[in-house]
Design a binder for this molecule. Structure first.
Ligand code: ADP
Ligand code: MG
Ligand code: MG
Length: 908
């Protein structure tokens, strides 16, 4: 083991910013600030390795730690000219937690350690009574809470009582005499609670605090926070022991926090709050209302720091500029002013919204602080989705929440805000949408609801997780969506949405959902489309009027210059194709043809086709479907002029198209001129036990070749017709669910034969490209053979995940969350690719495929194509492109560039 304790002070530190892993973020920041000449009270950091040791050795320390701590404490004593536990010039310290990743407020910190009945008198003599006893009562309260496990409330109760007795409003006004009495009360609380006196030995205090801070790594709050933020449990926290400076020494003292730029909007303005005559925890605890630091920020005539302490404020400005220039990023800082002198106690890269992230990155490029590639690197790819989502008016939302209009919460599945009238089924949604926005409210959704989902402004389900049908489709469509709002009840028979303690909502009532935060709110909150959408899709705003759009656009163009991975889209309609193209998609990676079958005038013919008594009947219905498909393809080819369009032939089990309820069966029977009993029998006959593993994909194309023939004909007729109009077309026919070479050979032969026939009939040359999806593990294993027939592969990672794990995607919601919680799986494998298993099939399939066909183009078209972590992985597999839903195209462009930078760095 190396060094366990790292000193910082007097302009020099043993650590630096790069040592976050062992010093924690706070320790690394303190060291770095010390090194660049920013005033920081001296102290030392006990490394995270000691935390690891602590948990590996029944909560004990490495033997040399005691000596190291004593040695460094002596250096601190020398630096500030005080002695720990001294009766006349006592050194006081804070003992602060600080992990590698910031976990705000999750772990513990203790201030004013080193005070006891003796040193408090020395402190009073050197400064003043009020300050000394204020510090002591704070220390007893914090130490008792964190180390001795006595509830805060017990002390706070006495503090408030004291405030009332003294007839004052704030703690800062309580007179010294009363604080002195309060200390005695506090000590008696401790005696009563633990049967012992409050520890007077400062070394006991110190080691008690160090143990408690290491212990706080495993408090319930911290554990939960780590799980939610995917922070590994074995990182551990560091402990910082630092000499105290006092913001509670009088009116020329203060404490505060600030951001070097606005973390919500990114605006380039110093932004923060402070409290005069107070200590750090007061600001965070919200006990007193803090004041604005700058004049510009002081709206209601409050006294800003700039006004009350102009000298210190100017110093603070110098410091923040120095920090920003040094870190070349927005910082979140904590400072304390002791008798007019400024000290920095923390700096870290500030958390920010997607809006702020993009603006700060672009501004910093303009300011010459960073290069475009840095800007691309530091905006979290998923965050830019926020720039596309409609938003609620902030004030209105607060008003609604305060006014008891919150009905419940669910999982935020599709970011953005939507308000509309409640519709309980898809047909109603479509009809009602003609008169204004609709929120489709369902227990869960299924493929027949697509049209209703499309016409809805927002979608709410009471069941399902983040990969449920509703969530996936809503994200794809860019619809605000909340799923799994389990406290709400949808009662279809009564037509009611019920929430405990509220009047039930009926169809047509107004409802608002915030898909960014998951709140379901009664009534209508105003929304507006994002500026990016207004400029790019609606054309209702000019680029020069929207800084948000310009920055979005610039950032993505920088990303395009860096990335080598192509980005295509999954789109089934000309409209989606257009959206994706405007978002920068370079073609379609997956055009599902079955969605085209659900439209009103078509579904009947599809049903006729499926139910036909013989091939002749099927061919007749198919020939009626052909013009519809051709029309769709024409529209898509036009939208995507010049770029490749991968079209998947029919894939889902046929029963998905069949009438299910008795009502539907009798309607369809009437429309088709069949008897109800006869139709019901046919439907039952087509029923499958396990449709996902049943008669679907190329198995349909082999048993009913006329279906694939019709589809290929529609594709190439459309392609020839569009080409005739002078528009370049690049159709790519994709065979789904291939597991054997023969399947691919038979279906490919059919496709090529029909395509050539059409080309001959139309007299127009169009390239014929046929490839396959790789979504059955067997296909990945025999990829070398398949690649001799296929011209491209597209990994269908949804099915591939489903089949590799043997998890039914639609049913996995009942156990996957528990699996993630118990750490059986690191994350939901339908959201982010399982690199270890499924990913191995992608890598191996690609390598084997290219071993026999070096020109093989390889892409991915599952949900994973829009997930940044998965994209990073796909880059390492040397794929040619990823394909994702239209609204995720910007995310994928950015993530692909980040993947490239990481890959280059890794490869050296
Ligand atoms: P957290 O991680 O919860 O922010 P910190 O360790 O940063 O906890 O401590 C909270 C606050 O306590 C700091 O922002 C600062 O105001 C105050 N504080 C910590 N150490 C000192 C110190 N040595 N002198 C004065 N104030 C301190
Ligand atoms: Mg802090
Ligand atoms: Mg599939």
């Amino acid at each position: 083991m190396g060094q366990y304790v790292f000193y910082f002070g007097d302009g020099h530190a043993e650590g630096n910013a790069k040592m976050k892993n062992i010093l924690g973020g706070k320790g690394a920041g303190l060291a770095e600030m010390t090194n660049i000449g920013i005033p920081v009270p001296p102290g030392f950091t006990i490394s995270t390795e000691v935390c690891t040791y602590f948990y590996a050795h029944e909560k004990s320390y490495p033997p040399e730690l005691k000596r190291d701590v004593e040695h460094n404490l002596a250096r601190v004593e020398k630096s500030v000219g005080r002695k720990f536990g001294d009766a006349t010039r006592p050194l006081l310290v804070s003992v602060r937690s600080g992990a590698r990743a910031s976990m705000p407020g999750m772990m513990d910190t203790i201030l004013n350690l080193g005070l006891n009945d003796q040193s408090v008198r020395a402190l009073a003599k050197s400064a003043n009574d009020r300050f000394a006893y204020d510090s002591y009562r704070r220390f007893i309260q914090m130490y008792s809470d964190v180390v001795l496990g006595i509830e805060r409330e017990k002390f706070e109760h006495e503090l408030f009582a004291m405030r009332d007795r003294a007839g004052v409003k704030t703690d800062a006004e309580i007179p010294a005499r009363d604080l002195c009495a309060l200390v005695e009360t506090y000590k008696s609380i401790v005696r009563k609670e633990i049967g012992k006196d409050f520890p007077q030995d400062v070394n006991d205090q110190l080691w008690g605090a160090i143990g408690a801070v290491f212990g706080s790594w495993n408090n319930q709050r911290a554990i939960t926070y780590r799980r939610l933020n995917r922070i590994p449990d074995d990182w551990g926290t560091a402990v910082n022991v630092q000499s105290m400076v006092f913001g509670n020494m009088g009116d020329d003292s203060a404490t505060g926090v600030a951001f070097t730029r606005n973390p919500a909007t990114g605006e380039r303005r110093f932004f923060g709050e402070y409290l005069p005559n107070a200590q750090g925890e007061d600001v965070v605890a919200g006990i007193r209302t803090p004041l604005p630091i700058s004049k510009a920020q002081a709206a209601g005539g409050e006294k800003s720091l700039e006004e009350t302490m102009p000298g210190v404020y100017a110093q603070l400005e110098d410091v923040y500029k120095k920090l920003e220039n040094h870190y070349r990023d927005m910082q979140d800082i904590e400072f304390t002013i002791e008798s007019g002198k400024l000290y920095l106690l923390q700096t870290r890269t500030g958390k920010r919204t997607g809006f702020a992230a993009v603006k700060i990155a672009c501004d910093m490029v303009d300011e010459g602080l960073i290069k475009p590639r840095d800007a691309v690197e530091r905006v979290e790819a998923n965050q830019i989705i926020q720039l596309l989502a409609p938003v609620f008016d902030g004030q209105e939302k607060q008003k609604a929440l305060k006014g008891d209009r919150l009905l419940g919460r669910g999982l935020p599945a599709g970011p953005g805000a939507a308000a509309g009238r409640v519709a309980f089924n898809a047909d109603h949604a479509v009809a009602m949408a003609k008169d204004g926005p609709v929120i489709l409210v369902r227990v869960e959704t299924s493929p027949e609801d697509i049209a209703g989902m499309h016409s809805a402004a927002g979608i709410l389900t009471t069941r399902g997780g983040l990969t449920s049908h509703a969530a996936v489709v809503a994200r794809g469509m860019g619809r605000p969506c909340i799923v799994g709002a389990g406290s709400l009840r949808v009662d279809y028979s009564r037509g009611e949405l019920r929430a405990e303690g509220h009047e039930p909502l009926e169809e047509g009532d107004w409802l608002s959902i915030d898909g960014t935060s998951g709140e379901v709110i009664a009534g209508q909150l105003k929304t507006r489309p994002s500026e990016v959408i207004q400029v790019l899709l609606e054309g209702t705003m000019k680029p020069e009027d929207s800084e948000v759009f310009r920055n979005f656009d610039r950032l993505l163009k920088w990303a395009d210059e860096i990335r080598t991975l192509g980005v295509r889209t999954n789109a089934d309609t000309p409209k989606d194709a257009r959206v994706a193209r405007l978002f920068g998609a370079e073609g379609i990676g997956l055009c599902r043809t079955e969605h085209m079958f659900f439209a009103e005038e078509r579904i009947l013919r599809v049903r006729e086709m499926i139910l036909a008594r013989d091939e002749e009947g099927r061919r007749k219905s198919l020939s009626e479907l052909l013009p519809f498909q051709r029309g769709d393809f024409e529209g898509i080819f036009r939208e995507l002029a010049g770029t490749p369009v991968t079209i998947r032939l029919l894939d889902p089990p046929l029963h998905e198209f069949l009438p299910q309820t008795e009502g539907q069966i009798s309607t369809v029977a009437r429309d088709m001129g069949w008897g109800v009993a006869e139709l019901r029998a046919k439907v039952n006959q087509l029923h499958e036990m396990n449709p996902m593993l049943g008669h679907r994909g190329c198995r349909l194309g082999i048993t009913y070749p006329e279906i694939y023939e019709m589809q290929v004909r529609a594709i190439f007729e459309a392609a020839c017709d569009v080409k005739k109009q002078g528009i370049a077309v690049h159709p790519e026919v994709m065979i789904p669910l291939v597991g054997t070479l023969r399947e691919l050979q038979i279906t490919t032969e059919t496709a090529r034969r029909v395509a050539q026939q059409v080309i001959k009939e139309r007299g127009v040359e169009v390239p014929v490209v046929v490839g396959t999806m790789i979504e059955i593990p067997r296909a990945a294993l025999i990829a070398d053979k398949l690649a001799e027939v296929a011209e491209f592969f597209s990994f269908g990672t949804n099915d591939l995940t489903q089949m590799t794990f043997g998890y039914s995607r639609d049913d996995a919601g009942s156990f996957l969350p528990a699996y993630v919680e118990k750490k059986i799986l690191p994350k939901d494998p339908f959201e982010s690719i399982d690199q270890e298993g499924v990913g191995q099939l992608v890598r191996l399939g690609t390598e084997r495929g290219r071993s026999t066909n070096k020109n093989l183009k390889v892409g991915v078209c599952g949900e994973h194509g829009g997930d940044p972590d998965s994209i990073r992985f796909f880059r390492t597999c040397n794929l040619d492109y990823v394909s994702c839903s239209p609204y995720r195209v910007p995310v994928a462009r950015l993530a692909a560039a980040q993947a490239e930078l990481e890959f280059q760095e890794y490869e050296g």
